[in-house]
Design a protein around this ligand. Structure first.
Ligand code: SF4
Length: 198
């Protein structure tokens, strides 16, 4: 059990408005709750064209949308550019998780989030991707930092969401809300490799 309440969150540059790229409800659930508790003006940006097949994409998105709505958080439903994603990772199909394909996958998602943030008056953006222990946090953060560099005045909030018991809180929120337990990261290649392992 979590024995202490995590401290209030403070976005960079004393900003109160944040665009959070969310990969799914299990990863972003507790982050959303912490942001609401910290009185941050948050908007969820859902852009995950990596997820395969489309049924799985719709399932993850729907769950995320319902939870954001429960917390009265605006939810931006971006495009499902699956073909564009497949094109961009061509030649990296057999890369292991945490390898070059994942860097590209994070780049694609962070670039789209940065573009939306810049067009819609957000100075800060972040992502839930790094909370998962299956991900390389520095790999995720590098993609966010690089994406922000394309726009003057835009900052990627490279907060370590695993800190202060964040990983445990993530599981507690998921359990409480009965979120769907995903069996693979998201793309066709991670699905295939999971089938081989199992
Ligand atoms: S394993 Fe996950 S992070 Fe890596 S390319 Fe596939 S969906 Fe993206």
């Amino acid at each position: 059990m979590q024995d202490k309440t995590p401290s209030k969150l403070f976005p960079p540059n004393s900003e109160k408005k944040v665009l959070l790229h969310s990969c799914c409800a299990p990863c972003s659930g507790n982050i959303l709750e912490r942001m609401v508790d910290s009185e941050i003006d948050i908007t969820v940006f859902y852009y995950n064209p990596n997820i395969y097949p489309q049924d799985e994409y719709e399932r993850r998105k729907k769950e995320n949308k319902i939870f954001a709505s429960k917390l009265k958080i605006p939810f931006i439903d971006s495009d499902y550019d699956q073909n564009i994603w497949i094109d961009q990772v061509k030649g990296m199909e057999t890369e292991p998780e945490r390898g070059k394909r994942c860097t590209k996958c994070f780049d694609i998602r962070m670039q789209k989030t940065a573009e939306f943030a810049n067009k819609n008056g957000f100075n800060i953006f972040a992502t839930s991707l790094g909370i998962s222990r299956w991900k390389d946090l520095s790999q995720v953060n590098n993609s966010g930092i690089n994406a922000a560099k394309a726009y003057t005045g835009l900052t990627f909030w490279d907060f370590n969401w695993r800190k202060e018991g964040g990983s445990i809180l993530m599981y507690q929120t998921s359990e409480r809300e009965g979120f769907y337990r995903q069996k693979y990261c998201g793309c066709l290649f991670s699905l295939e490799s999971r089938k081989i392992i199992n």
